[in-house]
Design a protein around this ligand. Structure first.
Ligand SMILES: *Cc1c(COP(=O)(O)O)cnc(C)c1O
Length: 250
C-alpha cells in the first residue's frame, strides 16, 4: 500500500535498511568475537557516517548506536550541531587527518580524537581542549603499521621525533587536558589484514606495558573487522557496511 506521505515513506525505508545493515554488522562482530573466544561487549561499534546526512545519524542513534565517527571537521561540526538540535547525544569520534588549526572546532563536539599522530598536534589539541572542556578529551594515537609517514600515523622507529610513537604517546599522556586511551590504525593497502593487525597488536602490547590504562585498540573497518577482532581490536570503525557505498572514496 502506498504511504500518503512520501517523505515519511522514504524515512521508513531508510530505517528498514539501517536496521538490517546494523543487524548484519552486529552479527559479524558477534561471530568474530565468538571465533576469538571474546565477549561481544568487548568491542565497541563506531558508525562512520562521513558523506551521509544527520538524519542517518539520528536513525542509527534510535537503533541503539551510541558512537559515531567522522573524518572532516567542517562536515562533522555541522552534522553534530544538527543531531544535537534534535536532542540526540551520540559520542562523536574524530577519525580523520586533523590539522592543528581545526583543533579548536573539533574539541567542541568530539568526545574522542582517534587520529593524533604528532607531538605538535597533541600540544595544539591539549591547548584547545583546556579552553572548552571540564574533563580530559580521550585520545587515540594513530599508528602507521607499515612505517609509511605519508599516510599519517606515528612510527615506532621514526627519524623525526615529532611523529615518533613513543614521543607522541608520552606527549598525550602528559597533557593535562588529554587522556591517552589507546591506539588506532588502518590496515595498509596491499597488506594482508591479519598480518597488519598482528603487527599492530604487538605495538599495542608494548604501549600498554608503559601506559596500562591505554587499553583501547581501534582497528577494523567494513572490509576487515574480523581479522581486527581476532587480533584484539576493542573498537571497530564501520562505514559502508552500515550506510552503503560512498559516492567518493573516502
Ligand atoms: C571511512 C573510514 C572508516 C570506515 O570505512 P569503511 O570501509 O566504509 O567501513 C574507518 N576509519 C577511518 C579512519 C575512515 O576514514
Amino acid at each position: 500500500m502506498d504511504s500518503p506521505d512520501p517523505a515519511a515513506a522514504a524515512a521508513g525505508s531508510r530505517l528498514t535498511e539501517l536496521t538490517d545493515s546494523l543487524a548484519r554488522v552486529r552479527a559479524r562482530i558477534a561471530a568474530a568475537c565468538a571465533a576469538a573466544g571474546r565477549a561481544p561487549d568487548e568491542v565497541t561499534l563506531v558508525a562512520v557516517t562521513k558523506t551521509y546526512p544527520a538524519d542517518d545519524v539520528l536513525l542509527l542513534t534510535r537503533l541503539g548506536v551510541a558512537d559515531v565517527g567522522e573524518n572532516r571537521d567542517q562536515e562533522a561540526a555541522a552534522k553534530a550541531a544538527a543531531v544535537a538540535a534534535e536532542g540526540a547525544r551520540p559520542r562523536w569520534h574524530f577519525v580523520g587527518r586533523l590539522q592543528r588549526n581545526k583543533c579548536r572546532s573539533v574539541v567542541r563536539y568530539a568526545e574522542v580524537v582517534q587520529s593524533v599522530d604528532s607531538v605538535r598536534l597533541a600540544v595544539a589539541l591539549d591547548q584547545a581542549a583546556a579552553q572548552v572542556r571540564d574533563a580530559p578529551l580521550d585520545v587515540l594515537v594513530q599508528v602507521s603499521i607499515d612505517d609509511d609517514p605519508d599516510r599519517g600515523g606515528t612510527l615506532a622507529g621514526a627519524a623525526d621525533p615529532d611523529i615518533g610513537l613513543g614521543a607522541v604517546t608520552a606527549a598525550v599522556a602528559g597533557a593535562p587536558a588529554l587522556r591517552l586511551a589507546g591506539l588506532m590504525a588502518v590496515a595498509p593497502r596491499g597488506w594482508e589484514p591479519a598480518r597488519a593487525f598482528d603487527r599492530l597488536a604487538g605495538i599495542a602490547a608494548a604501549v600498554r606495558a608503559e601506559h596500562p590504562d591505554a587499553g583501547v585498540l581501534s582497528a577494523g573497518m567494513s572490509g576487515d573487522l574480523e581479522p581486527a577482532v581476532a587480533a584484539g581490536a576493542t573498537l571497530v570503525r564501520v562505514g559502508s557496511a552500515l550506510l552503503g557505498m560512498r559516492a567518493t572514496l573516502r
